[in-house]
Write a protein that binds this ligand. Sequence first.
Ligand code: GRF
Length: 213
Amino acid sequence: MVAEAQRDRDRLVVLVSGTGTNLQALLDAQARPGFPAEVVAVGSDRSDAGGLIRAERAELPTFVVDPAEFGAGSGKVWDRAGWDRLLAARIAAHQPDWIVSAGFMRLLGSTVLSDFPNLVINTHPALLPAFPGAHAVHDALEYGVKVTGCTVHVIDAGVDTGPIIAQEAVTVAGDDTVESLHERIKQVERELLVAVVERLATSGLNLNGRKVD
Ligand code: GRF
């Protein structure tokens, strides 16, 4: 009966570059009875991503599409489009309903985005549109904001510019370092991501222009 019920769950492919605690939050959530989504595969741009170990521990298929194999870091122009096409094919092989970029530190290209329109979401450790990019926590701290937080959004062609699905605020402490602040943000971020995935898998994405209802 359980297997029958779980066949209807939305399929998630999760992309990671780092330790994968957001991935772990999804894996923990899917163990809850009635959770409407399940991770079916985990992909990365780096073979040493800690998130891949979490996936293997959960007996999930993994894949790595390494930009270095497309000339990234060689000092020459790299074949970004080729990398993106292979990434799209690897993702598609798992027939996902949603793709979750959870600490995936690469911009997705036009093939992934056109093959999965409005189906790719990202979690970001700042209150967008403030502090987009790879150093959001550092940038917020340097700027001196008193409140920052996290955002889960739909990925579009820009850098952290897509429609915002949900946000949560986190207060900055006077003695915060990048590490302490990021850790507090991540505690909130993991819960927010799980809540968003649950909502998407239950009701879909209701997009009205830039606004998510
Ligand atoms: C998260 O804060 C994510 O928003 C950022 O990198 C962190 C990844 O953490 N881009 P983890 O790998 O899920 O632990």
